[in-house]
Design a protein around this ligand. Structure first.
Ligand code: BGC
Length: 269
């Protein structure tokens, strides 16, 4: 457990929390005193060992299996969370996938799958969370906000990405979903923000950093000259979920070692 317990007494749902960035966020939020829902669709063993780890430092976690792109499963997941923890204070819309393909080879199924998980999944979870925030009403001793929603975007909400048009389009959509929700929900004191990670060492992009040659090539895109770690994102997510960031609303926090600084222009143009 971390000392100052910035999320004490709060309940957080992290989607796609069985690995990578989602896993790091779930562990870090639990260390800050939040009770966490670990949403997953695969890798039950990994999820069980996360629960053990969280218990070992005195935290509380439950695992809920649900495909975020399926409305009935999302609704059932929220019912189960509310049964377990009573409510939700923090939603981390993290679940996301890549199905990469050259544009002319991309099947409609690959296009739809990525849009369904990465964009529709965020809409479905954010809507259920919002319904619960409004039903429950404010709890000022827990947080100044009625609820917090953090959307996991990507540098590719801004940087076009050949060979990944489905993924880049989904993240462009997340950017506008987040901002439109923030505009609409701010009056209820629901705080909505995004994190846009750059290259972070997770299973989704192992081919880009898994060998020294691949990593060296990737570093050409990162002015700060290191590939990110899941904890780089998890620490920011804790801050964005806590009252320390209470006036941050409708923002995207880029955590990318400078990937969005157009490093190609440092020696060209
Ligand atoms: C993608 C990774 C990629 C990174 C930077 C992320 O959103 O999921 O595969 O390495 O962006 O390009």
């Amino acid at each position: 457990m971390n000392q100052n317990q910035r999320l004490k007494g709060q309940s957080a749902m992290i989607t796609g929390a069985n690995s990578g960035i989602g896993k790091a966020i779930a562990l870090e939020m639990a260390k800050e005193g939040a009770r966490v829902v670990i949403n997953y669709i695969t890798d039950e063993d990994a999820v069980q060992s996360m629960i053990e780890e969280i218990k070992s430092f005195g935290g509380t976690a439950v695992a809920i299996e649900a495909d975020v792109s399926q409305e009935d499963q999302v609704k059932a997941m929220f019912i189960q969370m509310i049964k377990s923890f009573g409510t939700i204070d923090i939603l981390v819309n993290n679940a996301g996938i890549q199905k990469d393909s050259a544009f002319i080879d991309m099947s409609l199924q690959e296009w739809q799958l990525v849009l369904n998980v990465n964009l529709t999944g965020q809409f479905l979870c954010a809507r259920e969370a919002t319904i619960e925030f409004l039903r429950r009403g404010p709890v000022p001793e827990r947080s100044s906000a009625l609820g917090k929603i953090i959307c996991m975007s990507s540098v590719h909400q801004t940087i076009p990405w050949a060979g990944h048009v489905n993924y880049a389009t989904s993240k462009g959509g997340v950017s506008m979903l987040m901002k439109s929700m923030a505009q609409e929900l701010g009056k209820h004191k629901i705080r909505v923000n995004s994190i846009a990670p750059g290259a972070i060492k997770t299973p989704i992009n192992r081919s880009a950093w898994g060998t020294p040659e691949a990593e060296a090539k990737l570093l050409e895109l990162i002015p700060y000259n290191r590939v990110g770690e899941p904890l780089d994102i998890a620490k920011a997510a804790v801050w964005l979920a806590s009252d320390d960031s209470d006036y941050v609303h409708g923002s995207t926090l880029f955590i990318d070692g400078g990937m969005t600084l157009y490093p190609g222009f440092s020696t060209n143009g």
